[in-house]
Design a protein around this ligand. Structure first.
Ligand SMILES: [Zn+2]
Length: 127
C-alpha cells in the first residue's frame, strides 16, 4: 500500500473512533492535520501518528446547496474551515445555523453517527 493510502486510512480509522489524528515529523517536530505522507516543512518521511485536540476557530465557511453524493441527504449544509489550536486547518461540516457563525467562532470536533470516515466530522460551537 502506498503512503498516501496509508495516511488516509489512518485518519479515517481514527475518526471512526471519535478521534482526530495528525502526523508529527520526527525531524522538525511539525504536526500536520490531516496526516500526510511527507512533511510539509522539511520533506522528511520520518513521521509518527499523534492525536490532536479537536478544537479551533472558524476561519471561513460556505453554505452548500448542491452536494456530492455522500452528503446529498444533508443539503443545504455549511462547510467550514477551522484553524486548530496547533495552527493546522481542517475542512468539515459545521453543525450550527449559518446566521450564528462568525470568523473566530470557537468550535470543537464532534462525530456524526451513521457515517464513515472523514464524512463523520462535525464542527460545533464550543460550549
Ligand atoms: Zn519535518
Amino acid at each position: 500500500m502506498d503512503n498516501i493510502m496509508r495516511t488516509v486510512e489512518m485518519y479515517e480509522k481514527a475518526i471512526n473512533e471519535n478521534k482526530l489524528v495528525g502526523i508529527k515529523c520526527n525531524d522538525c517536530s511539525r504536526v500536520m492535520v490531516p496526516p500526510r505522507p511527507v512533511c510539509r516543512n522539511c520533506y522528511g518521511t520520518n513521521l509518527s501518528e499523534v492525536e490532536v485536540e479537536g478544537k479551533g476557530k472558524l476561519v471561513t465557511w460556505t453554505v452548500i446547496h448542491i452536494s456530492p453524493p455522500t452528503f446529498m441527504d444533508m443539503a443545504p449544509y455549511t462547510l467550514g474551515i477551522v484553524e486548530l489550536t496547533n495552527g493546522e486547518r481542517l475542512t468539515g461540516i459545521v453543525n450550527e445555523p449559518p446566521e450564528n457563525l462568525y470568523i473566530g467562532l470557537e468550535v470543537e470536533a464532534s462525530f456524526a453517527e451513521n457515517k464513515e470516515g472523514a464524512s463523520r466530522l462535525r464542527w460545533k460551537k464550543t460550549e
